[in-house]
Design a protein around this ligand. Structure first.
Ligand SMILES: *[C@@H]1O[C@H](CO)[C@@H](O)[C@H](O)[C@H]1NC(C)=O
Ligand SMILES: *[C@@H]1O[C@H](CO)[C@@H](O)[C@H](O)[C@H]1NC(C)=O
Ligand SMILES: *[C@@H]1O[C@H](CO)[C@@H](O)[C@H](O)[C@H]1NC(C)=O
Ligand SMILES: *[C@@H]1O[C@H](CO)[C@@H](O)[C@H](O)[C@H]1NC(C)=O
Ligand SMILES: *[C@@H]1O[C@H](CO)[C@@H](O)[C@H](O)[C@H]1NC(C)=O
Ligand SMILES: *[C@@H]1O[C@H](CO)[C@@H](O)[C@H](O)[C@H]1NC(C)=O
Ligand SMILES: *[C@@H]1O[C@H](CO)[C@@H](O)[C@H](O)[C@H]1NC(C)=O
Ligand SMILES: *[C@@H]1O[C@H](CO)[C@@H](O)[C@H](O)[C@H]1NC(C)=O
Ligand SMILES: *[C@@H]1O[C@H](CO)[C@@H](O)[C@H](O)[C@H]1NC(C)=O
Ligand SMILES: *[C@@H]1O[C@H](CO)[C@@H](O)[C@H](O)[C@H]1NC(C)=O
Ligand SMILES: *[C@@H]1O[C@H](CO)[C@@H](O)[C@H](O)[C@H]1NC(C)=O
Ligand SMILES: *[C@@H]1O[C@H](CO)[C@@H](O)[C@H](O)[C@H]1NC(C)=O
Length: 811
């Protein structure tokens, strides 16, 4: 007995030790957040930024950028690490740091990453300028473990040689502060011209002005997720003298490669490099400089631009100017507080980790896309419309990201919608997956349609005031629906064959347009849902002829339903279909998490023969968000539908980390079994999300994961609409904190018995309308009961479906 106890406790301390050694970030980050949540329970003046853990999603392929950013910041200052690190930073302590850089994306899964441009690394070169470790491989260093730190508007990391790197930022600029250990000697810095992250340098220039203490850089690189034929340009301006408080010593340029080239040129101030047509070995080149008088602290101001180096300098001057690090940090924090306080919760009665997850998710929901208004290039040069970079991709963000924005932030939503419409104005079609300012790959349909039509439905009364022209919005939608682009991999849809056959046929001869002819099943389903968005907007505009056309088209999803396919005893699945009408069988389990063939192509590659994108037919057969009632009929009625959903989750066909799975946990509502949705959502949240760096199930996809989690948590909180100037308070009667766990214990209230909106009982306990609630403001009261069986029905109407008369009018 004693012995076994001993064994147990030594296992325990080994685990504890492992945690201490491997834990990133600094344990103090969590201690600080926990203390703030505890203190806030007794406070009325709450600092929501103190609840944010920017490191959630920086491990387990979450690809979250924890760098310093303002809301929708174009600048996101973060270190860049080796290994799989699309956002620059990762927690993995076995990876090394190559420097800190000012532009990043958050939550994009391009494996080589993006925007590591203009990286700077502090160095010690005890043997002088010519011995500095300037190349990528030579300069990389481990972090000092357990010291990484970040909060909204602030990022810090310490190298294993005790040099501390800190950053804070504005929309297009920022300040970097480097603290060297006392007595470490002269501080050196290597500044990179060529490196981005994917090694796609296609030429650029660098100039050092030693008198001004200014280095300007500009160049061209390939986008991280899209055709390499499009190059983007980017610029930076580094001001090295801290408004005269610092003095340069040596300066010059360097070049290097991995095969022995490692040259420095002291006093040289100009580099002009062209694209390397042979490719292979990426160019390595940049500036190297040191400071006089051995300062232990060095402050560097950085501006970025997509227009010119001059504009990068101007951005630094106007946005940062002479401000000190703490001023800029405070300013950024205040911008974050404004966004985060749009949802307030009862902190005292909410489990601390839920509070942390909620506000960290809300933080990420305002981190992207990157507001590059006034920083346009290519087809968008000179546009006067708002402009956003990294719409990466609409396929990921239409489901939950923009609907959440609609509740709290119509002004921001209006800016982004205006930017989508401007895409149609400048290029002929709305953008689908803009990455690094260039067109990125389309995943399925033209899913920008879903985003702008959601805006039209919720804010058509205020559209003009929000900067959105509804007629242009509608023209952009109809373009996607009617006009087949010659190349539909980057925008628009293959509507010619879709209109001709009533589905996207498999192995069809298309004489007039080009694109990757795969994913015919999921593309048909998505095209139909895109058409539903057009229909809703036509309804808003009283265009009854179009309402009929697009109602019909939104029902075309039915054409890929093959009633003869059986899987695990369930009948009928979505399948791809030949032009002659025959179905092309694919096992519905293929490309699900239970697919035993792990080498099967399920993504964008040409050998994806599955018919569905990043998902199985089991999954996509639940996708007709506008007409679930008819899906239920196709599947054999309510009982079978519920059994099928249960089987889908129990058998492991559900994939929390991917967007096509977002709606399934709540589909029980449509079969009149809302309590089963409650149970399923609990299960999904508690098996996939937590407050650790690995706390999201895969790529955040520009906060798609963050926002689905917020919706899973929602229903409990006051929400401020910052434009309509209304607040909606949701009060939950009989809330029991014990219900906040994976399996709700029996006898604990968690199931909705009654909903009251501004004093009037709602017509159903399964749904309510934006126009009666968040648009008007007021009080929503949700009453819970522990008596699950007594409330396992909607006690009124089911959520809308087209085929049962839903979505009949615009409001
Ligand atoms: C940090 O921890 C990792 C993993 O144990 C280790 O490989 C690395 O050497 C450590 N770094 C330092 C500076 O100790
Ligand atoms: C760089 O060199 C190219 C020719 O190789 C020239 O066209 C271009 O003007 C130069 N750019 C700068 C900024 O010096
Ligand atoms: C930053 O904000 C803190 C807390 O509000 C305040 O104490 C401090 O004086 C501010 N610092 C600057 C430089 O604005
Ligand atoms: C933008 O304006 C500049 C200066 O007027 C002009 O040279 C350039 O052609 C314009 N670009 C586009 C895409 O219209
Ligand atoms: C984007 O930046 C512009 C220019 O600063 C600003 O007017 C606009 O409010 C910003 N929009 C968002 C959503 O941040
Ligand atoms: C559509 O018709 C309704 C009812 O007649 C009217 O209130 C609304 O202003 C019309 N909308 C548009 C965009 O014409
Ligand atoms: C829509 O479908 C209905 C029923 O099939 C048909 O009667 C009607 O003509 C169609 N309308 C349009 C505009 O296609
Ligand atoms: C339809 O076309 C496919 C592929 O060419 C073929 O295998 C199938 O037999 C055809 N079906 C009919 C009914 O002709
Ligand atoms: C995958 O392999 C397991 C173990 O051999 C088997 O039980 C299961 O049925 C297989 N799944 C499919 C979809 O073939
Ligand atoms: C499912 O249940 C709802 C509510 O009881 C009912 O209106 C609907 O007709 C049922 N659907 C089917 C296909 O039986
Ligand atoms: C929150 O923490 C509690 C207690 O440590 C734990 O049981 C629960 O699983 C956590 N919740 C989530 C969603 O991670
Ligand atoms: C909400 O208040 C702001 C600031 O007072 C004002 O600019 C805006 O027009 C108001 N919105 C509406 C819809 O009244």
């Amino acid at each position: 007995m004693r012995r076994s106890m001993h064994t147990l406790s030594s296992v325990f301390s080994a685990l504890l030790l492992a945690r201490l050694v491997f834990a990133q970030p600094s344990p103090q980050v969590q201690e600080r957040i926990s203390a703030a949540i505890k203190a806030a329970a007794k406070s009325t003046n709450i600092d929501y930024t103190a609840f944010v853990n920017p490191f959630i999603g920086t491990d387990n392929f979450g690809d979250v950028c924890p760098g310093a950013s303002v809301p929708f910041g174009m600048a996101k200052f973060s270190t860049d690490l080796t290994g799989y690190a699309p956002a620059g930073y990762v927690t993995d302590p076995t990876q090394t740091i190559r420097g800190i850089s000012p532009l990043h994306d958050s939550g994009t899964g391009s494996s080589l990453g993006s925007y590591g441009n203009f990286e700077i690394m502090p160095l010690l070169c005890p043997d002088g300028f010519n011995t500095c470790t300037t190349t990528l491989a030579a300069r990389e260093r481990f972090r000092k473990n357990n010291t990484d730190d970040a909060s909204p508007g602030y990022f810090a990391q310490t190298l294993d040689n005790d040099i501390k790197i800190e950053a804070t930022s504005t929309r297009r600029a920022g300040l970097e502060r480097f603290t060297f250990p006392r007595g470490s000697g002269k501080p050196y810095f290597v500044l990179d011209l060529a490196n981005d992250l994917p090694a796609s340098f296609s030429g650029g220039t660098m100039d050092i002005d030693p008198d001004m203490g200014r280095i300007t850089i500009g160049g061209r690189w390939e986008p991280s997720f899209g055709p390499g034929i499009f190059l983007y340009q980017a610029f930076a301006c580094y001001d090295l003298l801290d408004n005269g408080a610092q003095k340069l010593d040596e300066y010059g340029v360097w070049t290097g490669d991995t095969y022995g080239l490692d040259q420095k040129a002291l006093g040289q101030t100009h580099l002009n490099l062209s694209v390397n047509l042979i490719g292979g070995t990426p160019y390595q080149s940049g500036a190297l400089f040191s400071y006089a008088d051995d300062p232990s602290e060095v402050n560097i101001r950085v501006g970025v631009s997509f227009v010119s180096a001059d504009q990068a300098c101007e951005n630094a001057e106007t946005e940062v100017g002479n401000a000190r690090f703490e001023n800029i940090m405070n300013q950024s924090k205040a911008l974050w507080q404004d966004k985060l306080s749009r949802i307030e919760i009862d902190v005292a009665n909410t489990p601390a980790n839920v509070t942390e997850m909620l506000y960290s998710s809300l933080y990420r929901s305002f981190l992207t896309p990157n507001n590059a208004t006034g920083e346009t290039q290519g087809a968008f040069a000179n546009t006067t419309a708002p402009y956003f970079d990294s719409l990466y991709c609409s396929w990921d963000t239409f489901r939950t990201f923009y609907p959440l924005m609609a509740l709290t932030s119509p002004t921001d939503f209006g800016d982004i919608v205006a930017n989508y419409i401007d895409g149609w104005r400048q290029t002929g079609w709305m953008p689908e997956c803009r990455s690094n300012n260039m067109p990125g790959w389309t995943q399925g349909g033209s899913d920008g349609d879903n985003i702008v039509s959601h805006f039209a439905v919720t804010y058509h009364n205020e559209a003009a005031e929000l900067g959105v022209d509804l007629n242009d919005l509608y023209s952009a939608l109809v373009t996607d629906a009617q006009l087949n682009p010659p190349e539909w991999n980057i925008h628009g849809r293959q509507v010619n064959v879709y209109k001709e056959y009533g589905y996207v046929p498999y192995a069809v001869f298309d004489p007039s347009s080009t694109g990757r002819q795969t994913r015919e099943g999921s593309r048909t389903l998505e095209y139909a849902f895109n058409d539903f968005g057009v229909r809703q907007t036509a309804l808003v505009l009283n265009n009854s002829a179009d309402v009929e056309t697009y109602t019909n088209r939104s029902l075309l999803y039915r054409n890929v339903w093959d009633p003869s396919v059986v899987s695990d005893g369930f009948h009928g699945f979505m399948q791809k279909r030949f032009p002659n009408g025959s179905f092309a069988y694919e096992n519905p389990i293929d490309c699900s998490p239970q697919d035993n063939d792990t080498s099967r192509a399920c993504s964008l590659t040409e050998d994806n023969e599955n018919g569905f994108y990043e998902s199985s037919s089991w999954e996509y057969s639940f996708f007709a968000p506008h007409d679930i009632a008819h899906l239920i009929e196709l599947m054999g009625g309510n009982e079978t539908f519920v059994n099928r959903l249960d089987h889908f989750f129990n058998k492991g066909y559900y994939l929390a980390g991917n967007e096509p799975s977002f709606q399934t946990p709540i589909e029980y509502h449509y079969a009149n079994h809302p309590t089963k949705s409650v149970d399923q959502v609990r299960n999904v949240v508690f098996t996939n999300f937590d407050i650790t760096p690995a706390g999201i199930p895969g790529n955040d996809d520009q906060a798609a994961m963050a926002t689905v989690l917020i919706f899973h948590f929602l229903g409990l909180y006051p929400v401020h609409n910052a434009f309509l100037n209304v607040s909606t308070t949701v009060t939950v009667r009989n809330f029991d904190a014990r219900s906040v766990q994976q399996t709700i214990p029996s006898g604990v209230a968690a199931y909705v018995s009654k909903v009251t909106i501004n004093g009037v009982p709602a017509a159903s306990r399964c749904h309510f309308d934006f126009y009666d609630t968040f648009r008007l403001g007021g009080e929503i009261e949700i009453e819970l009961t522990a008596n699950k069986n007594s409330v396992d029905s909607c006690a009124g109407s089911l959520p809308d479906s087209l085929s049962t008369g839903g979505f009949a009018s615009a409001r």
